[in-house]
Design a protein around this ligand. Structure first.
Ligand SMILES: [Zn+2]
Length: 103
């Protein structure tokens, strides 16, 4: 098992692993308001946040930070980049085995 992940793998994790799912997987408190999924920011513990399905980014307006799925796993689970990528690959695998996603 190498430490190297292809650009394609990283692109897929950033774009195709839904940020809203990762928020659930990580057990981050969240709520939907005004049509946006708001999550408890792991840095400031405020709900001044929103998830943008189009960009697949979670943003905290207070910290002025964007989180992609890899960032969020790193921050919440305290993992390094490599570990966070492996966590997401694992999650992806389980999700594929578990539910039969159409496609
Ligand atoms: Zn914040």
């Amino acid at each position: 098992m190498g430490q190297y992940f292809t650009k394609e793998t990283l692109r897929r994790l950033r774009n195709e692993v839904l940020i809203s799912e990762i928020i659930q997987v990580l057990d981050i408190p969240s709520k939907t308001r005004d049509g946006y999924l708001r999550f408890l920011c792991p840095f400031c513990n405020e709900f001044m946040t929103a998830c943008h399905p189009k960009t697949n980014l979670a943003r905290c307006f207070r910290c002025e930070r964007n989180f992609n799925p890899i960032d969020l796993v790193m921050v919440v689970k305290g993992l390094c980049f490599q570990e966070a990528v492996r966590f997401l690959l694992d999650y992806e695998k389980k999700a594929q085995e578990g539910g039969k996603n159409a496609e």
